[in-house]
Design a protein around this ligand. Sequence first.
Ligand SMILES: *Cc1c(COP(=O)(O)O)cnc(C)c1O
Length: 301
Amino acid sequence: MEISTKNISLDKVITNGTVKQNLSLSILRLDKIHIDVSGNKLFKLHYFIKECLQSSHKTILTFGGAYSNHIVATAFLCNQKGLQSIGIIRGEPPPTLSPTLIRCKQFGMRLKFISRDLYRNSVCNAEMIAAFKQEFGDFTMVPEGGYNPLGAKGASLIMDIINEYNFSHVCTAVGTATTLAGLLLNRNINQEIIAIPVLKNMMDIPERLKHLGVDNNYTPNIFVDYHFGGYAKHTNDLIDFMNTFYVETKIPTDFVYTAKMMYGIYDKIKEGYFTDGSNIVCLHTGGLQGNKSLPAGTLIF
Ligand SMILES: *Cc1c(COP(=O)(O)O)cnc(C)c1O
């Protein structure tokens, strides 16, 4: 790994439901690795960084939005490793940069803004990549969110930590599904994998998993009802949950990913989804820096 993972802890959470149903609920605190590098992003980038270090151009180019955890993680890791980084950012240049992008610049990332239309339609097509090569020279390209078999292979390293324990259920939030693919690539037989999409109507997870190199025929359990209106959308109910969860556990969550996952798992515990004696782990994949996009005072942490 590019940075130390020794701060990762496994925190137990106790609720009425866990006591009544004899469940064990743990949170793998990948967020404690580093504030700028959401835990799962470190893993997803691992093999890209390795590949780039062996190249002569020593440059990584990647993509993301103005609050992207992936963008800032890439900028940080490249800075650490003496690699150049280029961030292609969705949208016109804003009058003031987001805290995320300011952080990226501090890590030496060069930023290029492109319009939302262009971004949506052509960000990874051959013509666009040729234009980027003209402008920046050669590079290792990392798709947005590390959405590539190499990213999934990196995410599979998370399972090396998990499989030191005897968990019956492993739960993760899903954006591009690259982390989920990593869990599936390295899953123990008898382990149930639970996926909570943070996007509305995400119907293409099976196709995504195929693209990411998962070819076993195990199907993860997908809880589709916890997107709270869609990607980066939230409700008062979700914010209340985050604040209460923090008071009870001292664990901060982010509103885009980890809060939606925990809300979903709490809901399923209440519903009686988990069988008596289940040993559940939820990945705290980080993303806390993204909370800066909320109005001040929304969260108590
Ligand atoms: C990016 C991210 C995810 C989603 O990971 P995917 O591999 O894209 O599905 C989950 N949690 C956090 C905090 C993230 O930043």
